[in-house]
Design a protein around this ligand. Structure first.
Ligand SMILES: C[S@@+](CC[C@H](N)C(=O)[O-])C[C@H]1O[C@@H](n2cnc3c(N)ncnc32)[C@H](O)[C@@H]1O
Length: 194
C-alpha cells in the first residue's frame, strides 16, 4: 500500500509502483471541471484517480490486465465512481475523444517484454511506445484538447518535441526535476499550440 495525498493505493508485484515520474505528472495535472480524461498506461490507477477529482469522467487503460484489475480495486478502495478501466494496447480499444490525455510511458532504453518489463521498457531507443503513442494521440484529442507527457533525459526531449510537432502537436516544458540518475520533464502538448 502507498499513500498519495488523500489516496490509498494498493500495489502489486506485477504492476508499476508509482514513483517520482508518476508523482511529478500528478503534481502538474491541470484538469478543467467537466473534462473527459484518458489515463494511458494507468498502472495502479494513481493518475486516473487524481484526475477524477475534477474530471467528469476518467478512462484508464493499460496493456497489462493485472494493472487494470488493480486500478479498479483502487477506485473502489477510494470510493471514486467517475472512473472506468479497461485493457488496451495504446488506443486499440478506444473510440472516443478526450479533453486531456495523460501518459507516463515506458521510456527506459531496454528491451523487456514480460509484464512488469513492459512498464518501463521503451525498446532499444527508449521511444518505441512513445512514437506509436504520438502517432495516434491527436486523433483522440478533442478540438481544444491537451496532452501531458512525461519524458526522461534517458530520451532526447528535443527529439520527442520534434516528433510531436511532426504529428501536429505543439509542446512546452511545464515542469522539470533532476534526480540522481535522470532528469524528468513534463510536456504539455496541444493541437492549437502550433
Ligand atoms: C511507467 S508505467 C506508469 C504507470 C502509471 N501511469 C504511473 O504513473 O504510476 C507505464 C505503464 O504503461 C503501460 N503500458 C506499456 N505499454 C503499453 C501499451 N502499449 N498500451 C497501454 N499501456 C501500456 C505499462 O503496463 C505501465 O502500467
Amino acid at each position: 500500500m502507498i499513500y498519495y495525498r488523500n489516496l490509498r493505493m494498493k500495489t502489486h508485484p506485477e504492476v508499476y509502483e508509482p514513483a517520482e515520474d508518476s508523482f511529478l505528472l500528478a503534481e502538474n495535472l491541470c484538469v478543467g471541471d467537466g473534462w473527459r480524461v484518458l489515463d494511458m498506461g494507468t498502472g495502479t490507477g494513481l493518475l486516473a484517480l487524481v484526475a477524477a477529482e475534477n474530471a467528469e469522467y476518467v478512462l484508464g487503460v493499460d496493456v497489462n490486465p493485472v494493472a487494470v484489475g488493480l486500478a479498479l480495486e483502487n477506485a473502489v478502495l477510494n470510493g471514486v465512481t467517475n472512473v472506468g478501466f479497461k485493457v488496451s494496447d495504446l488506443f486499440s480499444g478506444i473510440r472516443e475523444r478526450f479533453d486531456l490525455i495523460v501518459f507516463n510511458p515506458p521510456y527506459l532504453p531496454v528491451d523487456e517484454d514480460d509484464t512488469l518489463g513492459m512498464a518501463w521498457s521503451g525498446g532499444l531507443d527508449g521511444l518505441s511506445v512513445v512514437k506509436r503513442f504520438i502517432g495516434s494521440a491527436p486523433k483522440y484529442l478533442s478540438r481544444d484538447g491537451v496532452m501531458m507527457l512525461l519524458v526522461s533525459s534517458f530520451n532526447d526531449v528535443d527529439h520527442v518535441r520534434d516528433l510531436l510537432e511532426e504529428n501536429g502537436l505543439g509542446s512546452e516544458v511545464v515542469s522539470r526535476r533532476r534526480f540522481f540518475f535522470e532528469e524528468l520533464f513534463v510536456l504539455r502538448c496541444s493541437i492549437s499550440a502550433i
